[in-house]
Design a protein around this ligand. Structure first.
Ligand code: HEM
Length: 138
């Protein structure tokens, strides 16, 4: 297994179809030979050529078989430096992200309503218990 270290700049130079490196989980993979065989097509790989493809790779939910293929393409490890870009999400995930933001907002509103309802119910119980206690003492 190779332990060669690449900086993000080194990886970024390999950004063409014939010479393509990607970073996944801080490991560097040479996909030049694999790109034509990729079941997901060459476009998606070219989209992340010379970049961090961790999010794109994980978003697809690749199989164990895909992860085994990955091992064969390993050329080294990424030496992360301050200011390096963070993992790039696949362009398709932008719409998914927007969706989840809306869902998050919706959930926030639901929880406010639910907590408000719960507080109201508890207050009702409290006052009822108090008025019952007063009734007994009188
Ligand atoms: C170099 C790393 C990669 C390897 C070794 C790899 C390997 C594979 C393999 C073996 C499959 C077949 C299904 C499976 O076994 O999960 C697959 C499917 C797929 N891959 Fe990758 N992949 C890589 C990177 C990527 C990246 C960066 C993307 C970007 C989005 C991507 C997108 C896809 C898609 C969309 C499919 C589904 C194709 C289909 O089911 O029609 N892959 N990949």
């Amino acid at each position: 297994m190779s332990t060669k270290e690449y900086t993000y700049q080194d990886v970024a130079e390999h950004n063409t179809k014939k010479d393509i490196f990607v970073v996944i989980h801080d490991k560097v993979y040479n996909c030049s030979k694999f790109i034509d065989e990729h079941p997901g097509g060459e476009e998606v790989l070219l989209d992340v050529a010379g970049q961090d493809a961790t999010e794109a790779f994980e978003d697809v939910g690749h199989s164990d078989e895909a992860r085994e293929t990955l091992e064969q393409l390993l050329v080294g490890e990424l030496k992360r430096q301050p200011g390096d870009p963070v993992p790039k999400a696949h362009t398709n995930t932008y719409s998914a992200n927007n969706g989840s933001t809306t869902t998050g907002g919706g959930f926030g509103i639901y929880s406010v309503v639910a907590i408000g309802g719960l507080l109201g119910y508890l207050a009702f119980q409290y006052f009822q218990a108090q008025s019952e206690a007063q009734g007994q003492s009188a």
